[in-house]
Design a protein around this ligand. Structure first.
Ligand SMILES: NC(=O)c1ccc[n+]([C@@H]2O[C@H](COP(=O)([O-])OP(=O)(O)OC[C@H]3O[C@@H](n4cnc5c(N)ncnc54)[C@H](O)[C@@H]3O)[C@@H](O)[C@H]2O)c1
Length: 329
């Protein structure tokens, strides 16, 4: 990451920039001297929060608009050197209850963003945030990029379309795009109001409110990436021309059973309780069971690997919400 001065004075657009990962990325880029514009719709059910940019709000341009609006996107895309494309509807359950909204944001709008780039800024470099959910229930572990994709919900089908539009626009039109398939990402700025973004959010909220949180089944293996590591992967992918048109898994330190994660979280907080429950029937249908990623490909290609140990990442996160929980409720 020595060549970060590549971003100095660069014009950067982050869709979903008031959200969890987008705002952490924005902070880092502002520190590198970039001119950063954030576009976010701030739909209350999603992860956008103005508090996420507290302390550097006067160093970014915030545009409250919707990526579904092609006129906004056409205007915003022009003169940008980089687009970090993170806006998304992230709830798997919401995508089942309201599949068309998910399709409009995660699928239709993605195509329209790419069309705007093709027509008005074909030199732009784009890094797209995809998800490990597209693999569905793994056939083998750890899951590498060659694993079949078998989406288990509407959200993952639309995210898959979103990522493939990006790859297609590279292959056909030469637009410089790279795709990262994120696993569970956590850290300061994530949505903790409910479990729409990640179950760990509601666990942390309840823990800090001295209420027991629910762990469903508890035996599932999962991996977790601390947000600073995720941000690093976005920057590395943006800087490297050799990864244009490529798709990479991100991963975590070591896979952990959810029950052990619950205990680690309580240990980090010093106090807390959880209750084991069976999976609610509607969620069980879209659960993927055990998952953890093989991230060798991005390690080989870019030298990326997760560096923040889970315990430390959880400690930083809990500490952040101990101070700021009220801003996220
Ligand atoms: N956090 C994770 O564990 C995780 C895992 C896999 C993939 N991802 C992907 O990473 C990206 C960022 O996720 P995040 O965790 O920061 O979630 P987030 O909800 O905090 O961020 C997404 C942002 O997009 C904004 N947004 C949603 N619809 C929009 C629209 N129509 N127009 C403009 N803005 C809109 C939201 O307001 C929010 O600020 C998403 O695309 C998500 O699918 C995240």
């Amino acid at each position: 990451m020595n060549q970060l001065n590549q971003f100095k004075e660069a014009n950067i657009l982050i869709t979903g920039g008031l959200g969890f990962i987008g705002s952490n990325l924005a902070r880092r880029l502002v520190n590198e001297g970039a001119h950063v514009t954030l576009v976010d719709s701030l739909i209350p059910e999603y992860g956008g929060n103005l508090f996420n940019i507290q302390g550097f709000e006067d160093k970014v341009t915030v545009n409250i608009s919707d990526v579904r609006d092609p006129h906004s996107m056409r205007y915003l895309i022009q003169d940008q050197h980089y687009l970090f494309n993170l806006a998304g509807q992230t709830s798997h359950m919401d995508s089942m209850q309201d599949p068309f909204t998910d399709m409009e944001i995660n699928c239709h709008a993605q195509l329209s963003i790419l069309e705007a780039c093709r027509k008005y800024n074909p030199e732009i470099k784009i890094v797209f945030a995809s998800t490990r959910q597209i693999y569905g229930k793994p056939d083998y572990l750890p899951v590498d990029e060659k694993h079949p994709v078998r989406p288990v919900d509407v959200n993952s089908i639309n995210k898959l379309a979103g990522e493939w539009y990006h790859i297609l626009y590279h292959n056909i039109y030469g637009i410089k795009t790279s795709v990262l398939r994120l696993t569970n990402t956590y850290g300061p700025g994530m949505r903790v109001k409910d479990a729409r973004q990640i179950f760990l959010g509601i666990w942390i909220r309840l823990l800090l409110e001295n209420k027991p949180f629910e762990v469903w089944e508890g035996q599932q293996l999962r991996d977790f990436t601390y947000v600073d590591d995720t941000v690093k992967a976005f920057l590395m992918a943006a800087m490297n021309e050799a990864v244009n048109g490529k798709v990479f898994n991100l991963g975590g330190e070591l896979p952990i059973k959810l029950k052990d994660l619950a205990e680690l979280l309580i240990d980090v907080n010093g106090v807390g309780q959880y209750v084991l429950k069976t999976y609610p029937a509607d969620r069980k249908k879209i659960d993927i069971g055990d998952y953890y990623a093989d991230y060798e490909y991005i390690k080989r290609s870019l030298g990326w690997e997760p560096t923040i140990p889970l315990k430390e990442g959880l400690a930083r996160t809990v500490d952040y919400y101990r101070k700021n929980l009220i801003k996220y409720l």
